[in-house]
Design a binder for this molecule. Structure first.
Ligand SMILES: Cc1cc2nc3c(=O)[nH]c(=O)nc-3n(C[C@H](O)[C@H](O)[C@H](O)COP(=O)(O)OP(=O)(O)OC[C@H]3O[C@@H](n4cnc5c(N)ncnc54)[C@H](O)[C@@H]3O)c2cc1C
Length: 401
Protein backbone atom coordinates (compact mmCIF):
# COMPACT_ATOMS: atom_id res chain seq x y z
CA UNK A 1 0.00 0.00 0.00
CA UNK A 2 1.11 3.54 -0.72
CA UNK A 3 2.13 4.96 2.67
CA UNK A 4 0.29 8.18 1.92
CA UNK A 5 -3.05 6.41 1.79
CA UNK A 6 -2.59 4.71 5.15
CA UNK A 7 -5.32 5.61 7.63
CA UNK A 8 -3.34 5.52 10.89
CA UNK A 9 -6.43 4.96 13.01
CA UNK A 10 -7.73 2.12 10.81
CA UNK A 11 -4.63 0.63 9.20
CA UNK A 12 -6.30 -2.59 8.01
CA UNK A 13 -9.76 -3.54 6.83
CA UNK A 14 -10.16 -5.61 9.98
CA UNK A 15 -9.48 -2.58 12.17
CA UNK A 16 -11.90 -0.45 10.14
CA UNK A 17 -14.63 -3.08 10.45
CA UNK A 18 -14.02 -3.37 14.19
CA UNK A 19 -14.38 0.42 14.59
CA UNK A 20 -17.57 0.50 12.55
CA UNK A 21 -19.11 -2.31 14.56
CA UNK A 22 -18.13 -0.85 17.94
CA UNK A 23 -19.19 2.67 16.95
CA UNK A 24 -22.70 1.62 15.98
CA UNK A 25 -23.08 -0.59 19.07
CA UNK A 26 -21.91 2.27 21.30
CA UNK A 27 -24.43 4.67 19.72
CA UNK A 28 -27.27 2.19 20.22
CA UNK A 29 -26.44 0.69 23.60
CA UNK A 30 -23.80 2.69 25.48
CA UNK A 31 -24.76 6.32 24.80
CA UNK A 32 -28.37 6.03 26.04
CA UNK A 33 -27.43 4.65 29.46
CA UNK A 34 -24.35 6.76 30.25
CA UNK A 35 -25.99 9.69 32.04
CA UNK A 36 -28.20 7.52 34.26
CA UNK A 37 -25.39 5.18 35.35
CA UNK A 38 -23.12 8.11 36.12
CA UNK A 39 -25.79 9.89 38.16
CA UNK A 40 -26.65 6.79 40.15
CA UNK A 41 -23.04 5.54 40.47
CA UNK A 42 -24.09 2.19 39.02
CA UNK A 43 -22.10 -0.23 36.90
CA UNK A 44 -23.94 -1.68 33.90
CA UNK A 45 -23.01 -5.34 34.26
CA UNK A 46 -25.36 -6.70 31.55
CA UNK A 47 -23.84 -4.23 29.08
CA UNK A 48 -20.30 -5.47 29.81
CA UNK A 49 -21.50 -9.06 29.38
CA UNK A 50 -22.94 -8.05 25.99
CA UNK A 51 -19.43 -7.16 24.91
CA UNK A 52 -18.57 -10.82 25.41
CA UNK A 53 -21.24 -11.79 22.88
CA UNK A 54 -19.71 -9.29 20.46
CA UNK A 55 -16.28 -10.91 20.87
CA UNK A 56 -14.76 -7.78 22.41
CA UNK A 57 -13.87 -8.87 25.95
CA UNK A 58 -10.95 -11.00 24.82
CA UNK A 59 -9.83 -8.68 22.05
CA UNK A 60 -6.11 -9.39 22.60
CA UNK A 61 -6.48 -12.96 23.92
CA UNK A 62 -5.63 -15.96 21.79
CA UNK A 63 -8.43 -17.36 19.62
CA UNK A 64 -7.81 -20.87 21.01
CA UNK A 65 -9.12 -19.66 24.36
CA UNK A 66 -12.11 -17.68 23.11
CA UNK A 67 -10.31 -14.43 22.36
CA UNK A 68 -10.24 -12.38 19.16
CA UNK A 69 -6.44 -12.61 18.73
CA UNK A 70 -6.16 -8.95 17.74
CA UNK A 71 -3.45 -6.39 18.52
CA UNK A 72 -2.94 -3.34 20.72
CA UNK A 73 -4.32 -1.06 18.01
CA UNK A 74 -7.63 -2.95 18.04
CA UNK A 75 -7.79 -2.47 21.82
CA UNK A 76 -7.19 1.25 21.31
CA UNK A 77 -10.08 1.49 18.83
CA UNK A 78 -12.49 -0.05 21.33
CA UNK A 79 -11.42 2.23 24.19
CA UNK A 80 -11.64 5.32 22.02
CA UNK A 81 -15.12 4.48 20.78
CA UNK A 82 -16.47 3.56 24.24
CA UNK A 83 -15.08 6.73 25.79
CA UNK A 84 -16.71 8.92 23.17
CA UNK A 85 -19.95 8.08 24.99
CA UNK A 86 -19.09 6.68 28.40
CA UNK A 87 -15.56 6.75 29.85
CA UNK A 88 -16.82 5.28 33.15
CA UNK A 89 -18.08 2.18 31.39
CA UNK A 90 -14.88 2.11 29.29
CA UNK A 91 -12.85 1.96 32.51
CA UNK A 92 -14.73 -1.17 33.61
CA UNK A 93 -13.98 -2.68 30.19
CA UNK A 94 -10.30 -1.74 30.52
CA UNK A 95 -10.02 -3.34 33.97
CA UNK A 96 -11.57 -6.54 32.70
CA UNK A 97 -10.07 -6.88 29.24
CA UNK A 98 -6.67 -5.22 29.56
CA UNK A 99 -5.74 -5.55 33.23
CA UNK A 100 -6.99 -9.10 33.64
CA UNK A 101 -7.65 -10.85 30.31
CA UNK A 102 -4.59 -9.58 28.45
CA UNK A 103 -2.38 -10.18 31.47
CA UNK A 104 -3.51 -13.79 31.74
CA UNK A 105 -3.29 -14.32 27.98
CA UNK A 106 0.35 -13.16 27.98
CA UNK A 107 1.60 -14.56 31.28
CA UNK A 108 -0.63 -17.47 32.36
CA UNK A 109 0.15 -21.16 31.95
CA UNK A 110 -1.74 -23.20 29.36
CA UNK A 111 -3.80 -24.78 32.14
CA UNK A 112 -4.70 -21.38 33.66
CA UNK A 113 -5.57 -19.98 30.26
CA UNK A 114 -7.74 -23.00 29.43
CA UNK A 115 -9.56 -22.80 32.77
CA UNK A 116 -10.21 -19.07 32.92
CA UNK A 117 -9.89 -17.30 29.55
CA UNK A 118 -13.02 -18.76 27.91
CA UNK A 119 -15.11 -17.59 30.88
CA UNK A 120 -13.73 -14.05 30.95
CA UNK A 121 -13.77 -13.71 27.15
CA UNK A 122 -17.45 -14.68 27.02
CA UNK A 123 -18.45 -12.41 29.89
CA UNK A 124 -19.61 -15.29 32.06
CA UNK A 125 -17.01 -14.08 34.57
CA UNK A 126 -16.06 -10.49 35.38
CA UNK A 127 -12.49 -9.81 36.42
CA UNK A 128 -10.23 -7.19 38.03
CA UNK A 129 -6.57 -6.49 38.75
CA UNK A 130 -5.39 -5.55 42.25
CA UNK A 131 -2.06 -3.77 42.55
CA UNK A 132 -2.72 -0.57 44.55
CA UNK A 133 -3.11 -0.56 48.31
CA UNK A 134 -4.41 1.92 50.91
CA UNK A 135 -0.85 3.05 51.66
CA UNK A 136 0.92 2.60 48.32
CA UNK A 137 0.25 3.40 44.70
CA UNK A 138 3.16 4.79 42.70
CA UNK A 139 5.71 3.18 45.01
CA UNK A 140 4.53 -0.27 44.02
CA UNK A 141 7.53 -2.15 45.41
CA UNK A 142 6.52 -0.82 48.81
CA UNK A 143 3.41 -3.03 48.74
CA UNK A 144 2.52 -4.65 52.03
CA UNK A 145 0.18 -7.45 50.89
CA UNK A 146 2.07 -10.68 51.47
CA UNK A 147 1.77 -14.31 50.42
CA UNK A 148 3.45 -17.00 52.49
CA UNK A 149 4.01 -20.55 51.40
CA UNK A 150 2.38 -23.16 53.67
CA UNK A 151 3.74 -26.69 54.17
CA UNK A 152 0.99 -28.15 51.98
CA UNK A 153 2.06 -25.94 49.04
CA UNK A 154 -0.82 -23.47 49.38
CA UNK A 155 -0.19 -19.72 49.65
CA UNK A 156 -1.65 -17.63 52.46
CA UNK A 157 -2.41 -14.04 51.40
CA UNK A 158 -2.82 -11.17 53.83
CA UNK A 159 -3.38 -7.49 53.11
CA UNK A 160 -5.71 -4.99 51.52
CA UNK A 161 -6.03 -3.67 47.99
CA UNK A 162 -7.52 -0.26 47.25
CA UNK A 163 -9.19 1.44 44.29
CA UNK A 164 -9.87 -1.81 42.44
CA UNK A 165 -12.03 -1.26 39.35
CA UNK A 166 -14.61 -4.09 39.03
CA UNK A 167 -13.51 -5.31 42.49
CA UNK A 168 -17.20 -5.45 43.37
CA UNK A 169 -20.13 -5.84 41.03
CA UNK A 170 -22.83 -3.95 42.93
CA UNK A 171 -23.64 -1.77 45.94
CA UNK A 172 -24.01 -4.86 48.16
CA UNK A 173 -20.32 -5.68 47.80
CA UNK A 174 -20.67 -8.80 45.66
CA UNK A 175 -17.10 -9.54 44.56
CA UNK A 176 -16.20 -9.99 40.92
CA UNK A 177 -15.46 -13.54 39.83
CA UNK A 178 -11.68 -13.45 39.71
CA UNK A 179 -8.95 -10.98 40.69
CA UNK A 180 -5.39 -10.85 39.38
CA UNK A 181 -3.73 -10.13 42.73
CA UNK A 182 -0.16 -8.98 43.27
CA UNK A 183 1.48 -9.82 46.61
CA UNK A 184 4.96 -9.82 48.06
CA UNK A 185 6.49 -13.28 48.42
CA UNK A 186 9.96 -12.23 49.60
CA UNK A 187 12.76 -9.74 49.15
CA UNK A 188 15.75 -9.89 46.83
CA UNK A 189 19.44 -9.45 47.70
CA UNK A 190 19.02 -5.65 47.54
CA UNK A 191 16.07 -5.77 49.95
CA UNK A 192 13.51 -5.02 47.21
CA UNK A 193 10.11 -6.73 47.22
CA UNK A 194 9.73 -9.85 45.11
CA UNK A 195 6.24 -9.68 43.67
CA UNK A 196 4.11 -12.66 42.64
CA UNK A 197 0.68 -13.02 41.04
CA UNK A 198 -2.26 -15.02 42.33
CA UNK A 199 -5.62 -15.75 40.76
CA UNK A 200 -8.10 -15.18 43.57
CA UNK A 201 -11.68 -16.29 42.95
CA UNK A 202 -14.82 -14.86 44.55
CA UNK A 203 -15.23 -17.96 46.71
CA UNK A 204 -11.58 -18.25 47.83
CA UNK A 205 -11.61 -18.58 51.65
CA UNK A 206 -10.47 -15.37 53.36
CA UNK A 207 -11.22 -13.10 50.36
CA UNK A 208 -13.89 -10.41 50.58
CA UNK A 209 -14.90 -6.93 49.49
CA UNK A 210 -14.08 -4.33 52.16
CA UNK A 211 -16.20 -1.55 50.65
CA UNK A 212 -17.47 -0.08 47.42
CA UNK A 213 -15.83 3.33 47.19
CA UNK A 214 -18.56 5.92 46.66
CA UNK A 215 -18.75 9.54 45.62
CA UNK A 216 -15.92 9.56 43.09
CA UNK A 217 -15.49 12.76 41.04
CA UNK A 218 -15.91 10.86 37.79
CA UNK A 219 -15.82 7.36 36.32
CA UNK A 220 -18.97 6.78 38.31
CA UNK A 221 -20.26 4.20 35.84
CA UNK A 222 -17.55 1.81 37.05
CA UNK A 223 -17.36 0.23 40.48
CA UNK A 224 -14.25 0.83 42.57
CA UNK A 225 -13.63 -1.35 45.63
CA UNK A 226 -11.37 -2.08 48.52
CA UNK A 227 -10.54 -5.79 48.70
CA UNK A 228 -9.55 -7.71 51.81
CA UNK A 229 -7.31 -10.78 52.00
CA UNK A 230 -7.47 -12.24 55.49
CA UNK A 231 -5.56 -15.54 55.67
CA UNK A 232 -6.79 -16.09 52.14
CA UNK A 233 -5.80 -19.58 51.01
CA UNK A 234 -4.73 -19.88 47.36
CA UNK A 235 -3.84 -23.27 45.91
CA UNK A 236 -0.49 -23.60 44.09
CA UNK A 237 -2.05 -23.92 40.62
CA UNK A 238 -3.42 -20.38 41.04
CA UNK A 239 -0.01 -18.75 41.22
CA UNK A 240 0.88 -17.25 37.83
CA UNK A 241 4.48 -17.94 36.83
CA UNK A 242 7.17 -18.50 39.41
CA UNK A 243 7.51 -16.79 42.82
CA UNK A 244 8.98 -13.32 42.48
CA UNK A 245 8.51 -13.22 38.71
CA UNK A 246 5.68 -10.74 38.49
CA UNK A 247 7.37 -7.36 38.17
CA UNK A 248 7.80 -8.18 34.52
CA UNK A 249 4.10 -9.10 34.17
CA UNK A 250 3.16 -5.87 35.87
CA UNK A 251 5.45 -3.63 33.84
CA UNK A 252 4.52 -5.23 30.53
CA UNK A 253 0.81 -4.95 31.18
CA UNK A 254 1.14 -1.36 32.36
CA UNK A 255 2.34 -0.46 28.87
CA UNK A 256 -0.94 -1.62 27.35
CA UNK A 257 -2.90 -0.07 30.20
CA UNK A 258 -1.30 3.33 29.63
CA UNK A 259 -1.84 3.12 25.89
CA UNK A 260 -5.53 2.31 26.33
CA UNK A 261 -5.95 5.04 28.95
CA UNK A 262 -4.54 7.32 26.24
CA UNK A 263 -7.22 5.95 23.92
CA UNK A 264 -9.86 6.86 26.48
CA UNK A 265 -8.44 10.39 26.49
CA UNK A 266 -8.76 10.49 22.71
CA UNK A 267 -12.44 9.49 22.89
CA UNK A 268 -13.10 12.25 25.43
CA UNK A 269 -11.23 14.79 23.30
CA UNK A 270 -13.07 13.90 20.08
CA UNK A 271 -16.49 14.04 21.72
CA UNK A 272 -15.69 17.35 23.38
CA UNK A 273 -14.60 18.88 20.07
CA UNK A 274 -17.77 17.55 18.44
CA UNK A 275 -20.03 19.01 21.14
CA UNK A 276 -18.38 22.44 21.24
CA UNK A 277 -18.32 22.72 17.45
CA UNK A 278 -22.00 21.81 17.13
CA UNK A 279 -23.08 24.13 19.90
CA UNK A 280 -21.10 27.06 18.53
CA UNK A 281 -23.17 26.97 15.31
CA UNK A 282 -26.52 26.65 17.08
CA UNK A 283 -26.08 29.22 19.82
CA UNK A 284 -26.46 32.86 19.00
CA UNK A 285 -25.36 35.91 20.95
CA UNK A 286 -25.49 39.53 19.91
CA UNK A 287 -27.32 38.43 16.76
CA UNK A 288 -24.59 36.09 15.52
CA UNK A 289 -23.62 32.43 16.02
CA UNK A 290 -21.04 32.34 18.79
CA UNK A 291 -18.59 30.61 16.40
CA UNK A 292 -18.09 34.02 14.81
CA UNK A 293 -16.36 35.28 17.94
CA UNK A 294 -12.58 35.06 17.94
CA UNK A 295 -12.39 33.81 21.51
CA UNK A 296 -14.71 30.88 20.70
CA UNK A 297 -12.66 30.17 17.58
CA UNK A 298 -9.58 29.94 19.74
CA UNK A 299 -11.23 27.27 21.92
CA UNK A 300 -12.41 25.25 18.94
CA UNK A 301 -9.31 25.62 16.80
CA UNK A 302 -6.91 24.82 19.63
CA UNK A 303 -8.97 21.79 20.70
CA UNK A 304 -9.29 20.43 17.17
CA UNK A 305 -5.54 20.62 16.61
CA UNK A 306 -4.76 19.01 19.97
CA UNK A 307 -7.23 16.20 19.34
CA UNK A 308 -5.52 15.46 16.03
CA UNK A 309 -2.10 15.53 17.72
CA UNK A 310 -3.22 12.98 20.34
CA UNK A 311 -4.66 10.79 17.61
CA UNK A 312 -1.43 10.77 15.59
CA UNK A 313 0.81 9.98 18.57
CA UNK A 314 -1.59 7.40 20.00
CA UNK A 315 -2.05 5.36 16.84
CA UNK A 316 1.65 5.50 16.08
CA UNK A 317 2.47 4.02 19.50
CA UNK A 318 -0.37 1.49 19.17
CA UNK A 319 0.85 0.36 15.76
CA UNK A 320 4.31 -0.34 17.14
CA UNK A 321 3.33 -1.99 20.42
CA UNK A 322 4.14 -5.69 20.53
CA UNK A 323 2.02 -7.42 23.15
CA UNK A 324 4.55 -10.24 23.52
CA UNK A 325 7.36 -7.86 24.50
CA UNK A 326 8.21 -5.49 27.32
CA UNK A 327 10.46 -2.41 27.29
CA UNK A 328 8.07 -0.13 25.35
CA UNK A 329 7.16 2.19 28.20
CA UNK A 330 8.88 5.34 26.93
CA UNK A 331 6.04 6.03 24.52
CA UNK A 332 3.25 4.36 26.46
CA UNK A 333 4.07 6.74 29.31
CA UNK A 334 4.51 9.53 26.78
CA UNK A 335 1.09 9.17 25.19
CA UNK A 336 -0.65 8.86 28.54
CA UNK A 337 1.20 11.87 29.93
CA UNK A 338 0.26 14.17 27.09
CA UNK A 339 -3.20 12.91 26.12
CA UNK A 340 -4.78 12.86 29.57
CA UNK A 341 -4.15 16.51 30.39
CA UNK A 342 -5.07 17.60 26.86
CA UNK A 343 -8.36 15.67 27.09
CA UNK A 344 -9.17 17.34 30.39
CA UNK A 345 -8.37 20.77 28.96
CA UNK A 346 -10.39 20.12 25.78
CA UNK A 347 -13.40 19.01 27.85
CA UNK A 348 -12.97 22.15 29.92
CA UNK A 349 -13.03 24.33 26.80
CA UNK A 350 -16.14 22.52 25.58
CA UNK A 351 -17.88 23.46 28.83
CA UNK A 352 -16.74 27.03 28.44
CA UNK A 353 -18.08 27.26 24.88
CA UNK A 354 -21.40 25.79 26.01
CA UNK A 355 -21.79 28.20 28.93
CA UNK A 356 -24.42 27.20 31.50
CA UNK A 357 -25.61 24.24 29.40
CA UNK A 358 -22.10 22.80 29.45
CA UNK A 359 -22.30 22.69 33.20
CA UNK A 360 -25.23 20.23 33.39
CA UNK A 361 -25.25 16.46 32.83
CA UNK A 362 -27.64 16.34 29.91
CA UNK A 363 -25.09 18.10 27.70
CA UNK A 364 -22.46 15.38 28.24
CA UNK A 365 -19.26 17.41 28.50
CA UNK A 366 -19.34 18.00 32.26
CA UNK A 367 -19.29 14.21 32.70
CA UNK A 368 -16.35 13.88 30.32
CA UNK A 369 -14.58 16.68 32.19
CA UNK A 370 -15.00 14.83 35.50
CA UNK A 371 -14.02 11.49 33.97
CA UNK A 372 -10.92 12.96 32.33
CA UNK A 373 -9.35 13.89 35.66
CA UNK A 374 -9.00 10.24 36.68
CA UNK A 375 -6.81 9.59 33.65
CA UNK A 376 -4.14 11.86 35.14
CA UNK A 377 -4.04 9.62 38.24
CA UNK A 378 -5.06 6.01 37.48
CA UNK A 379 -2.65 3.59 35.81
CA UNK A 380 0.21 5.88 36.85
CA UNK A 381 0.18 9.54 37.82
CA UNK A 382 1.47 12.30 35.58
CA UNK A 383 4.48 12.57 37.87
CA UNK A 384 5.30 8.86 37.48
CA UNK A 385 5.28 9.24 33.68
CA UNK A 386 7.56 12.27 33.90
CA UNK A 387 9.92 10.27 36.12
CA UNK A 388 9.88 7.17 33.89
CA UNK A 389 10.47 9.11 30.68
CA UNK A 390 13.35 11.07 32.17
CA UNK A 391 14.92 7.90 33.62
CA UNK A 392 14.56 6.01 30.34
CA UNK A 393 16.10 8.86 28.37
CA UNK A 394 19.05 8.93 30.75
CA UNK A 395 19.76 5.30 29.78
CA UNK A 396 19.19 5.69 26.05
CA UNK A 397 18.49 8.95 24.30
CA UNK A 398 19.16 7.73 20.75
CA UNK A 399 15.50 8.37 19.85
CA UNK A 400 16.13 12.11 20.10
CA UNK A 401 19.36 12.05 18.17
C1 LIG B 1 -11.18 5.38 40.01
C2 LIG B 1 -9.87 4.66 40.23
C3 LIG B 1 -9.72 3.39 39.70
C4 LIG B 1 -8.53 2.66 39.92
N1 LIG B 1 -8.44 1.36 39.48
C5 LIG B 1 -7.38 0.59 39.88
C6 LIG B 1 -7.34 -0.81 39.60
O1 LIG B 1 -8.24 -1.37 38.95
N2 LIG B 1 -6.30 -1.53 40.08
C7 LIG B 1 -5.28 -0.97 40.81
O2 LIG B 1 -4.38 -1.68 41.22
N3 LIG B 1 -5.28 0.38 41.07
C8 LIG B 1 -6.31 1.16 40.65
N4 LIG B 1 -6.33 2.51 40.94
C9 LIG B 1 -5.24 3.10 41.69
C10 LIG B 1 -4.36 4.02 40.88
O3 LIG B 1 -3.59 3.30 39.96
C11 LIG B 1 -3.54 4.84 41.88
O4 LIG B 1 -4.41 5.77 42.47
C12 LIG B 1 -2.34 5.52 41.25
O5 LIG B 1 -1.39 4.58 40.85
C13 LIG B 1 -1.69 6.53 42.22
O6 LIG B 1 -1.45 5.94 43.45
P1 LIG B 1 -1.93 6.66 44.80
O7 LIG B 1 -3.34 7.06 44.63
O8 LIG B 1 -1.58 5.75 45.92
O9 LIG B 1 -1.07 7.97 44.90
P2 LIG B 1 0.45 8.10 45.41
O10 LIG B 1 1.32 7.13 44.70
O11 LIG B 1 0.46 8.06 46.90
O12 LIG B 1 0.79 9.55 44.92
C14 LIG B 1 0.36 10.74 45.56
C15 LIG B 1 1.07 11.90 44.87
O13 LIG B 1 2.49 11.79 45.05
C16 LIG B 1 3.13 11.77 43.79
N5 LIG B 1 4.33 10.95 43.84
C17 LIG B 1 4.47 9.68 44.32
N6 LIG B 1 5.72 9.26 44.12
C18 LIG B 1 6.39 10.24 43.50
C19 LIG B 1 7.73 10.43 43.03
N7 LIG B 1 8.64 9.47 43.14
N8 LIG B 1 8.06 11.60 42.44
C20 LIG B 1 7.14 12.60 42.32
N9 LIG B 1 5.87 12.49 42.74
C21 LIG B 1 5.50 11.34 43.33
C22 LIG B 1 2.10 11.21 42.84
O14 LIG B 1 2.41 11.47 41.49
C23 LIG B 1 0.84 11.89 43.34
O15 LIG B 1 0.78 13.20 42.86
C24 LIG B 1 -7.48 3.26 40.66
C25 LIG B 1 -7.63 4.56 41.16
C26 LIG B 1 -8.81 5.25 40.98
C27 LIG B 1 -8.95 6.61 41.59
Amino acid sequence: MDYKSLDIANPTEEHAMLREMVRSWVAEEVEPQALEYDREEKFNLPLLRQMGELGLLGITAQEDYGGAGMDALAAVIIHEELSYSDPGFALAYLAHSMLFVNNLARNGSDAQKAAVLPKVCSGEWIAAMAMSEPDIGTDVLGMSATAELRDDGCWVLNGRKMWITNGCLDDDGTPCDVVWTYAKTGVDAKGRAEVSTFLVYADTPGFSVGQKIMDKTGMRGSNTAELVYDDCIVSPENMVGQPGESMIHMMRNLELERLTLGAMSLGIARRSVYEMNRYASEREAFGRPIRDFGQIQRYIGQSFAEWRAIEAYLYNVARQMDLEKSGQRLDSDGIKLVSTTLAKEIADRAMQVMGGYGYVGEYVVERLWRDAKLLEIGGGTLESHQKNITNDLSRDSSIIG
